[in-house]
Design a protein around this ligand. Structure first.
Ligand code: HSE
Length: 428
């Protein structure tokens, strides 16, 4: 059997402890599968004394992850600290400079600095791998990089933030407001330390930016993504959408169009009978479409100790076996710069508002849509209140720009009794 592959693990939170447990529990199995023992030689975390439910006494301890990254007895630096800058970035840079391979679960770091880190590592003949950064236990990076390597990828879609999916499905199932369920999610410990990373769509946007880079051979371009969170989704929208046969999801979509790379993370309506529509609680789902394979749907836990550690180990095992894949599926120095598409592909939209309940009000609203070139597919009034009438309209395919033009004109009609809410309906 070959010499051991020696890991240095920085960050001993949920995921780090999970990796230690797998290495300890499956030591012999991992060695048989990779042809060499996988050993942990050193670890690092912010606090040393905490009980993490795993024995760490056989491992050297470093207070500073940069020192860990530079250790002679570390072959692979496993970065599980998190954060786009600060210690995680400094330690990964130090590891690359010291000639180590890197495995990371850090989506924010790679979404913002992945291009330069991958170029530096590849120039030095080393790898940076990140299966655990996207959709937790779902092996989607491997699916795109390896399983679908013979396909031109047409579209990548995903529900990749479990917290948002929990909030949206819990609102729907229990008829609760966003604010109430947000607080529940907080109590359950589902929210990131900065909750806007979750509910603002940023965490999921980081993940989509990474997948888009592999899928389309483009440099990671998080800044070009259109991002909208779920903070303004009301229980009324969830219930009205359900009544029309839809579910609300925080959905990421990336596709290469004639106008450039279209990538957006935003609340969308999807048919409730579709796999995405049926996705419940904190589960993640990624949908990949290739020209040869057609559509692939992958579903599983997007976070948590076991699933994320499982993904970290997939990368560790590749390195142990001598499988040295480029970070983004092809040499990073050859990735094309992507220009963000300024305009999204046309889609049907859900539009909810309320009108003053008086003659001609509906006609005025319909006229604003007609003037913007928007055709109405379905429309209904429901639950009349004293002086206003809630109205729901589903349009035929149109652009967001045309819809915004119509909404601006609606404000000038004098018949609006509520601010219009527009949500894209995604064809999945
Ligand atoms: N906060 C993330 C989620 C965890 O809810 O999916 C993994 O990024």
């Amino acid at each position: 059997m070959s010499s051991p592959l020696r890991l240095g693990i920085a960050g001993l939170g949920t995921v780090g402890s999970g990796v230690v447990k797998i290495v300890q529990r499956h030591h012999d199995m991992l060695a048989r599968r990779s042809g060499r023992p996988i050993e942990i030689t050193a670890v690092s975390a912010r606090t040393r004394g905490r009980n993490r439910g795993v024995a760490l006494d056989g491992y050297a301890w470093e207070n500073d992850p940069v020192d860990l990254a530079r250790r002679e007895d570390v072959d692979v630096f496993v970065e599980l600290i998190g954060g786009s800058d600060g210690p995680a970035k400094a330690a990964v840079e130090a590891a690359i400079a010291a000639g180590k391979d890197v495995v990371t679960a850090n989506k924010a770091l790679l979404a913002l600095h992945g291009q330069e880190l991958a170029v530096a590592a590849e120039k030095a003949g080393h790898v940076v791998r990140f299966e655990a950064a996207v959709a937790g236990g779902i092996p989607v990076v491997k699916a795109l990089t390896e399983g679908l390597a013979g396909n031109e990828i047409l579209r990548v879609m995903g529900v990749m933030n479990g917290t948002c999916n929990y909030i949206l499905t819990r609102m729907q199932a229990a008829g609760l407001s966003y604010e109430t369920v947000f607080e529940e999610a907080n109590q359950l410990g589902y929210l990131e330390a900065d909750p806007t990373l979750d509910v603002g769509g940023i965490d999921a946007g980081h993940k989509l930016a990474l997948l888009a880079s592999i899928a389309f051979g483009t440099q990671v371009n998080f800044a070009a993504m259109d991002i909208e969170g779920i903070e303004r989704i009301s229980i009324e929208d969830i219930e009205q959408a359900a009544d029309m046969g839809y579910r609300v999801k925080l959905l990421g979509v990336a596709q290469l169009t004639g106008r450039g790379l279209e990538s957006r993370m935003s609340p969308c309506l999807v048919p409730m009978t579709s796999p995405l529509g049926q996705l419940e609680n904190a589960t993640n789902m990624v949908v990949l479409e290739g020209d040869a394979v057609g559509q692939i749907v992958m579903r599983g836990a997007g976070a948590g100790e076991g699933p994320t550690a499982s993904a970290v180990m997939a990368d560790v095992m590749d390195i142990a076996r001598g499988t040295r894949l480029s970070t983004f599926g092809q040499p990073a120095a050859e990735l094309r710069r992507s220009t963000g598409a300024q305009v999204s592909a046309p889609a049907p939209f859900y539009l909810r508002t309320a009108l003053l309940d008086k003659p001609g009000a509906l006609a005025k609203i319909a006229a604003t849509l007609g003037d913007a070139g928007i055709s109405i597919d379905r429309m209904r009034q429901y639950g009349h209140e004293d002086t206003s009438a809630p109205v729901l309209i589903v349009t035929h395919k149109t652009t967001r720009a045309a819809l915004d033009e119509a909404i601006a004109a609606m404000h000038g009609t004098g018949v609006l009794a509520a601010e219009p809410v527009a949500i894209r309906i995604e064809e999945v």
